[in-house]
Design a binder for this molecule. Structure first.
Ligand code: 13P
Length: 248
């Protein structure tokens, strides 16, 4: 049994006024029997980090640059994010793969840089609807996994998120059997490559996780948490998901 991790990805949402949700989250988090992480836009990391001091709440980032520093206008390095208070960084989210043309090779370089700077990486994989229809789901995910992870990954600093592209923001989710199939495949593949560390890495499910489906998803073996988008923006809803994952 792994300690579960429930992570909120705020994506490009959140202004100063939304920090009140972090106060509400902290107030309701006492009974949480899992790790809780919020990944706000970079503009809010430092303030959220300061608000989280003295609580169990973890703060993370949504991306970092592959290079350590240098002439990359508008980009943020792993060291900057850690300096602002991030302990985790999401990498290879499908929205970055689609919107910014991020390849597995780039995600792998980013992951190595982030790990070198002491961040825990949450590396995302997932098939499109067309790929699932063509029954290529496991091939696609296997290729993303092997291409996006550097060698020598350790369970303490590596988290994998399975996010089917077609389930993100759509209200549609795979069947429980489909989630279990992919997570079982992830576990076998990671164990073959990383041995015991692969056994221990946490595997999150993401894509339209809501209070109403969180408990049944959490109960699946090899589901060690969730990566939550829309339902992480409001503390009330996010806390219901956290509770569902705490009860398992
Ligand atoms: P939704 O929970 O809004 O479907 O988003 C999932 C996601 O992309 C989290 O990274």
């Amino acid at each position: 049994m792994h300690t579960k991790l429930v992570a909120g990805n705020w994506k490009m949402n959140g202004l100063s006024g939304d920090l009140v949700e972090i106060e509400r989250l902290k107030d309701g988090m006492d009974a949480a029997d899992c790790e809780v992480l919020v990944c706000p836009p970079a503009t809010l990391i430092a303030r959220m980090h300061d608000m989280a001091i003295g609580s169990e709440l973890l703060i993370g980032a949504q991306d970092c640059h592959a290079a350590l520093s240098g002439a990359h206008t508008g980009d943020l390095s792993a060291a900057m994010l850690a300096d602002a208070g991030a302990s985790h960084v999401i990498l290879g989210h499908s929205e970055r793969r689609a919107d910014h043309g991020e390849t597995d090779a780039l995600v792998r370089t980013k992951a190595q840089t982030a790990l070198d700077r002491g961040l825990t990486v949450i590396v995302c994989v997932g098939e499109t609807e067309a790929e699932r229809d063509e029954q290529r789901t496991l091939d696609v995910i296997g290729a993303q996994l092997s291409g996006s992870l550097p060698d020598g990954c350790l369970a303490a600093h590596t988290v994998i998120a399975y996010e089917p592209v077609w389930a993100i923001g759509t209200g549609r989710t795979p069947t429980l059997e489909q989630i279990a199939e992919v997570h079982g495949f992830l576990r076998r593949t990671l164990s073959e490559r990383f041995g015991n560390e692969g056994q221990e890495m946490r595997l999150l499910y993401g894509g339209s996780v809501k209070p109403g489906n969180a408990a049944e998803i959490s109960a699946l073996s090899d589901v060690d948490g969730a990566l939550v988008g829309g339902a992480s923006l409001k503390a009330d809803e996010f806390l219901q998901i956290i509770r569902a994952f705490s009860d398992q």
